[in-house]
Design a protein around this ligand. Sequence first.
Ligand code: PLP
Length: 824
Amino acid sequence: MTNSQTTNTSTLGGPLLEPTPKSSDPARLAGDIVDRLTYRLGKDATVATQDDWLTAVILVVRDRVVTKWMESTRDTYRREGKRVYYLSLEFLIGRLMRDAMTNLGLVDEMQEALGELGVDLDLIRQLEPDAALGNGGLGRLAACFMESMASVDIPAYGYGIRYQNGMFRQEISDGWQVELPETWLEHGNPWEFERRESAYDIGFGGSIEIGEDDACTWTPSERFIAEAFDTPIVGWQAKRVNTLRLWRAEPVDPILLGKFNAGDHIGALHDSNKAEALSRVLYPADETEAGQELRLRQEYFFSSASLQDILRRHMSQFGRITSLPDKAAIQLNDTHPAVSVAELMRLLIDDYNVDFDLAWDMTKRTFAYTNHTLLPEALESWPIPLFERLLPRHMQLIYKINARVLMEARATGTFEDEQISAMSLIDENGSRRVRMGNLAFVGAHSINGVSGLHTDLMKQTVFRDLHQLYPLRINNKTNGVTPRRWLMQINPDLYDLAREVAGDGIMSDLDGLLALNDVADDAGVQERFTAIKHQNKVALSNLVQDRMGIAIDPSMMFDIQIKRIHEYKRQLLNIVETVALYHQIRSHPERAWAPRVKVFAGKAAASYHNAKLIIKLAGDVAKIINADPATRDVLKVAFLPNYNVSLAEVMVPAADLSEQISTAGMEASGTGNMKFGLNGALTIGTLDGANVEMREHLGAENIVIFGMTADEVAAKRAGGYNPEEVIAGSPELAQALSAIENGIFSPQDPFRYRDLIGGIRMSDWFMLAADFDSYSAAQRDVDRIWHDKPRWAGMAIRNTARMGYFSSDRTIRQYAREIWNVLP
Ligand SMILES: *Cc1c(COP(=O)(O)O)cnc(C)c1O
């Protein structure tokens, strides 16, 4: 497997004999494509498969990228400026071909070139594998940031793991989620360059020897090689091309020949298999019991490789280790790379002979950390015995760092013992564990949240005491999305309309969209906007028809909830409301119901029982409702399998209504909410995450807000919330819950949902019942707006117009100015 990929890549990437084409002339492009087909793939145009054409086109695009890439690299060296390093265990990049072609300005020319060759660009585009090296929002943010850093001209490197199997492929079998491996590298990966020369030793286990003058020598008992694979990331108008460097683990000895020759053919491959496991799979984010040891090994593997690479680059250009904080800003995307704090200390002290005090100062000046969640089960910590066994030297350094931090805290004389123990890097409650969030906090000069609300809550909850000790460190950087992918590429007609009104500059400055605001009530613009939306809905209904065999009338309201399936995101609230609506339509068929289709998509972590049950429930409810002739014209439900970036690209432009209904205080930011708003969907949502700021930018009259605030949720939880009482007071909710609980939607297995609904009656941690009436009333408000077509269109256009703030270019400029101290 590994070998065949290696061969593939190097065949595709052969660096010699390559002419350096720069022209975007269609005839030249066509010639180059045939050339790649012939000389790289060894295929004649008459026998080439669609996959061959795709590879040939990508190679032609890639050649044009490479020229710019080298210019960018040379420019960075020449300027002797600071580089940004974005460390993330996840990059949810999706397909790259259209992205690269758009940013190079090659789309029309390529279309024409392929037309001459009789190849359909849209068709081969669909064959490109969707690179899903991430679980959800956190990984997609990393991908948007990579594109934005290149677009605003910041020299940056992304560092992560080249998972052989990324996020699983979801199939729905008899309504249940089934997880299958995603084999995105099956046909090779024409985007990447294998860098055999950039390889580093990564050690685990072993022992430490303390020599004279306290110098430490760590002798690991296990060693692996981290090998680099580079993917170029093109910014808007190809101003800059940055590098995404992903690591693959290799054994030091691919085969233990001694063992092999002695007849132990399996044992001979032991190291090889162990290495392969390191970069094999992406762990599901929401898993509570991950394969603990392998996960920690992955985190250290990619942190160590990346830091060694950063230090090597720094020394080769600047020759002096102490200038590192002036020349490198390292951003930790959540706590997954937090072990980097200890690893940089180790490298500085043990390999570069820097003393502890200076090393600690340099470390803090180099690192910044982004927090992504307040959910207690997602705050990483490692059992001390495990940590000590795998990383003995790092354990020792963490104790030393901890002693220093706690001394600083005690020296202030303002903290109680309880607060000191909350600040400690070691959790002493129960079995002792290393707290990675606290390690990242103390080792960084900046700790940021990803929306205003999340940042405030961070100060009050997880980092309350550390915030009191270091009050200047926490800051906010509200998330964003790249408008090139999430508007221009996925909704070209809306982009054209926006450009006609707002001018050509909108992709470099999304605030320019505000010009649309002045024409939002113009009948001609509304008609055009509505026609574009309709066409996008036709495209989605064709997809639903093809994949699910469900017919959807594109004139219905497309009400869409797509995101990871999680109880806090409350897909269940949406489903229960759907059932209540179904009952209401049946009881009052004479009312003017707004015809809707509720569309769901999302993956559940493989071990998350309730999330998987919610998927099954969506399917069960869909089956009954879609078959009922009494409601058929006004209500439809569909669950689309295998949610990923490519599916989002079809669903987002087709949405009329975006569901952002998490329990307030639990969604750190959300970015799905931003994609929908930008594409002219109205949002129904709670005051959670970035929804709060969306309301500020859109105006309260252009978003439908319901439910409790974060403060109200906290107060209710503290004050003894009784869900049964709430249910008793809401006949519609009571009826919907009873129907689900009593097996109306699962007649073959009537008890299927008893525990799921029982959980709401018993404790209802996610406050579904408490928010139900408010949600249901808000949905009826949405119905009323839907019937007033000009009002709906005006609101939708104002959504697109006022979403400029949520461009990831704005987010990245803020990181650059306020955290990294680099000038775009
Ligand atoms: C944007 C995006 C997400 C994040 O969605 P939220 O609604 O913010 O949770 C997750 N997965 C994919 C594929 C995305 O494109």
